[in-house]
Design a protein around this ligand. Sequence first.
Ligand code: SF4
Ligand code: SF4
Ligand code: SF4
Ligand code: FES
Length: 929
Amino acid sequence: MGLIRETDFGTPGRKGEAVTLEIDGIAVTVSEGTSVMRAAMEAGVKVPSLCATDTLEAFGSCRLCLVEIDGRKGTPASCTTPVAPGMKVSTHTKRLADLRRGVMELYISDHPLDCLTCAANGDCELQDMAGAVGLREVRYGYDGANHFDAPKDESNPYFTFDPAKCILCSRCVRACDEVQGTFALTLDGRGFGSKISPGGFDDFLGSECVSCGACVQACPTATLTEKSVIEMGQPERSVLTTCAYCGVGCSFKAEMQGNEVVRMVPYKDGGANEGHACVKGRFAWGYAVHQDRVLKPLIRERITDPWREVSWDEAIAYTAGRFRAIQEKYGRGAIGGITSSRCTNEEVYVVQKMIRAAFGNNNVDTCARVCHSPTGYGLKQTFGTSAGTQDFRSVDGADVIMVIGANPTDGHPVFASRMKRRLRQGARLIVVDPRRIDLVNAPHMPKALHLPVRPGGNVALINAIAHVVVTEGLVNEAFVRERCEGDSFARWAAFIAEPRNAPEALEEATGVSALLVREAARVYATGGNGAIYYGLGVTEHSQGSTMVMGLANLAMATGNIGRDGVGVNPLRGQNNVQGSCDMGSFPHELPGYRHISDDAARGLFEKVWGVTIEPEPGLRIPNMMAAALDGSFRAIFIQGEDLAQSEPNTKNVYDALQAMDCVVVLDLFLNETSGLAHVFLPGTSFLKKDGTFTNAERRINRVRPVMPSKTGLDEWEVACRLAAALGYPMSYPNASAIMDEIASLTPTFSGVSFETLDRLGSVQWPCNDAAPEGTPIMHLDGFVRGKGRFVVTEFVPTPERATRLFPLILTTGRILSQYNVGAQTRRTENVIWHPEDLLEIHPHDAEERGVSSGDRVMVASRKGSTTLRALITDRMPQGVIYTTFHHPITEINFVTTELSDWATNCPEYKVTAVQVTRTNQQVDAEAAE
Ligand code: SF4
Ligand code: SF4
Ligand code: SF4
Ligand code: FES
């Protein structure tokens, strides 16, 4: 396949009454409000243009798109002229051709004539337009004043800015404002002195720019160009695939030269991202082909031995031999495995199948245990299914957006851009987070109502908000009567109305003034469509599941479920958290969230798989670690998860892994966990995977191999080969056949196939006979479980509290440029923005401890300690400190505790009582180097 070039209609589409007009004699019908330019394009007529593109509102500056309209004077710009019924438009007349040539002449007279050696040669709209208008000479010559010597800005690691080539069309400025919502660029000066500037800063790198690349994509010339294109030249073919970073699941065109990626361009038809991307997906893909990748299997007898490179046959036989010996000696339940939320649905499915069918037990868990397992539990209890309720597009219809324990501009940037657009249109924003995240004061939108909840106080806060709703008569009685269980509502309402749940009574627990809580409750309950978006700041608590149910209760009580613009939406961390959970990665659930004890469901799998499946749930990750320490759990297969870095209470995990006889790691890079492993099996990066990811909105997207694998085996084949070596034959001709099996066994997936996905682009499950093209919004006419169920959410404070010895509370989060434990992003140029994790601390707390920004500080909890560099900032409330966990050296999980969610064991990463002291320990070490 060659390059995919999407049609540019010039201006955005509109919705409205149909309007029929005539363009160059062709009748065309479009929605009212559509521009003449777009109508022409829809009629198959391309009007020359430079400043217009259909991802941005029309600007009308280049004067190239002039047209003639019967009965109107002059030559209006077609991009800014809306259609009218019966309008007759001419787009190509002699008069227009002369005018357009004149405009182009002016542009070209101040443009370097280096087309043949320009990086954009062949992909430059200025070049195309010069040809389209028939420009043959420039009467003014090239000797006048010009901008040819304007210095280039090469500060950004991924793109250059060469102002000599700029035509001041302002597409970059508008892309940054309208699409990204960062407002980093300005068009400064007047006339000849006009120039694009990174907001008055010296260069892009030092500016507000977040390197999303929207301006680069929008630029019609070579002014803003990817460095990879400058180095490698223009791509020659495209492959559609999906980003492997966060749960937004952006679709991309991987643009290739042979088997080399030249650039990743977000796909306009991508349902999740509609042509936008962030710095990670667009630029930070280099890790996938990084020299650190391990491409051959490695084995060793003891973890103190050096690795030995072996063939796949030897590695599989060796692993199977050790697993079999362990099971013979210690029993079938002595081994287990962990699936990865970074892998495809198909890869995850075969690993859980290998464990249930070949290991013969249900000791399978997933890294989602440590992030969104409470979402699965909480939403299933209340709504009946373990997934968010809306598609991302739904936020366009929200009037009040409540963001709880999430930092979308850093964690889910493309969705954040969409959300900010809605906020700029006037939706209200409530932010519940201890930290003043960027959304609170984002440019060009009203200030958010910020509730700086004390870490550990979430359930108290949601109860207090619900108390206001119930006691002030803000319940949507009709919705509750029709859609919810009456008795569960009555129980919940009586509980929540108790005075102990009043905002005033819970002020101490929430840390938020009762007045603010009451205001937020009223805004959410009465402000129109209320949409809740939440993240790990909700789930990673000892009451994570309770809080998820609290959110569901609130949404049901106010009738904010089952239509556009509302809902309860988990923002998933990793690319396939939703999918890995859907695929039966939890010890108690088969694919499609069917309980392992359900005889009918189990029977279905037993029949197709040809084995007997244990009816009892297996071990969760913490149980596996505990069993390893007591000697009953001896071996583990770990798919794409750096357990030793990402689990809490790291020392415990190290001890547990060291106690095992055989640790098998399937991953891209050697990591902390592989340091304790006996077998390392090389995984495939997303650029080589064939399969599907499911994003936070339940959207199943295709991941397509853009280059051949260098490891010799697809990841799903590794699990098949290991299962077969253990005596359970398992094989598939391709990944598509795995999806066919998933679909045949999972009612919510029964309409899904690679063919469906290739045809529709993507689908959101449930996708079956009832919804052959998927389900963007769930619970429309009724909840999946029938009636919505209210659950009493008693606030139980975490035992982890600030004390005299540990007076501060540590909470954690992530930063835009880095991802998870950093294994990928640290192997890209993104390190320029975040070379180390910093400890954010309030000025008062810092002053009390004699700490200045840049000082090394020791963070100590009752579990352990680590050292970090301090950053003093008033975005933190007093008494709370914050850090990220993207660098292994940070070792923050040596500090976090063993506490976890009561229902799911999701670790309580967000609340650790600590002390902070200045230390010169590390500084001395640095000085000695
Ligand atoms: S890269 Fe993104 S944030 Fe930076 S200037 Fe361009 S559009 Fe704005
Ligand atoms: S940098 Fe590109 S997009 Fe921006 S004004 Fe110049 S030519 Fe237009
Ligand atoms: S928002 Fe998420 S999925 Fe989209 S490009 Fe960025 S990291 Fe990838
Ligand atoms: S494209 Fe219409 S004025 Fe530039």
